[in-house]
Design a protein around this ligand. Sequence first.
Ligand SMILES: [Zn+2]
Ligand SMILES: [Zn+2]
Length: 483
Amino acid sequence: MPTIPGMFTALDALPFADRLISLRHALHREPELGLDLPLSQAKVLGALAGLPLEITIGTGLTSVTAVLRGGRPGPAVLLRGDMDALPVQEESGVAYASTIPGVMHACGHDIHTSAVVGAAHLLAARRAELAGDVVFMFQPGEEGQRGAKVMIEEGVLDAAGSRVVAAYAIHVASTMLPLGVVATRPGTILAASDSVTVTVHGKGGHGSSPHLAVDPVPALCEMVTALQTMITRTADAFDPAVLTVGSIHAGSAFNVIPEMGTFQATVRTFSPGTHRKIQAAVKRVVQGIADAHGVRVEIDYQANYPVTVNDPAEAAFALATVRGLVGPQRAFQAPQPVAGAEDFSFVLEQVPGAYLMVGAVPPGTDPGAAPMNHAPQAVFDDRSVLEAATVLASLAAARLAKASSDAVPAAATNPAAAPDTAPDTASGAASNPASGAASGAVSGAASGAVSGAASGAVSGVASNPASGAASDTVSGAASGAAE
Ligand SMILES: [Zn+2]
Ligand SMILES: [Zn+2]
């Protein structure tokens, strides 16, 4: 693997190890929920104190945005760390367990926060070499409250004075992915997550005389089954959708026609096109059946989080960078997206970037049997803090170095290639080994998201015997890793 400028190793992180793990434990002991995380915010501000950062805090939420100015001119890149916990009673048995009843860092966001703090320390130590700026985005409210969206509205993507050119986030997994294994993929990596509440209003009456009433129950039942048929007739078999009715309620007695009935469903899709199509079809089918039955219907369709889509070039760059850092056997391309959801999707709708999954299963624990993210028993190994910090710092530094080398005219880096005869793509590939992979990924994506993904998966498995096993596991890992 050729050296990528700006790479950080575990050795670089060692001087910060005790501080970062202490921070992780402190965050874990005092977890907070939603958009208002004053204790976590104070801990982050304390951990960043003394670094040469421009710090602002959120107004609509307790976020922290920190900007590190590099010693050389260049664009800005962004690193995201989410800070919120879950309403879960901890049963992990760790020494630094939650002291707040019913609240737990069960999704590992305490590690993400500490890792972004670690990346700030690593990058600040080499500030003079950095060819541009780094924005550190500490966000509350990932677990369903759209904290990233609020931070975007408050200007985080332009915090350095110009729009960031790339954004990266990691997510740790307490199951399936062994400690130190990193996975990502071009295109869709996580699903869109929607929720639907349908309320059918009829006219109540005696069960013996339905002709004198308007029964909402048959309409409700038809809707539930028709939605499943609609899914199979609407979604491409290779760009699927999932609709699950998880709750249905009507009536109170066997011989009474109720006034109303209701059901709730979750919808998961993997491409913006299918997301739009399914959303429209749900409303059409439900309204059509209501009309057919002469009942009134209210449809509350909430598009919670959009599809999380990795930019193909950024995902290829991130994978190449991480392979250079941890070795090719410990970083692989995930063969398929997973059905969890993330509000980093809002960031990736605005700027190119990549979302990576990092294994945090403690050594000695069977990754296949370890409790998953969100489980009360989930344990994330402390060492994943250092791993994630070096991954994030390396991505930022290497991406700025790449932007800097891309900005140099081809003639300057390669005197043999006359600028008027050599195609841009050829000189780019010659000056940067990662760009070959990136351009391949771009063309795969351009020819169709699904076929690009499939070919990437096959070649990933073929070229790396370990990735077959690991790829099975990733879907399980990340399915619990997000909303
Ligand atoms: Zn989660
Ligand atoms: Zn999470």
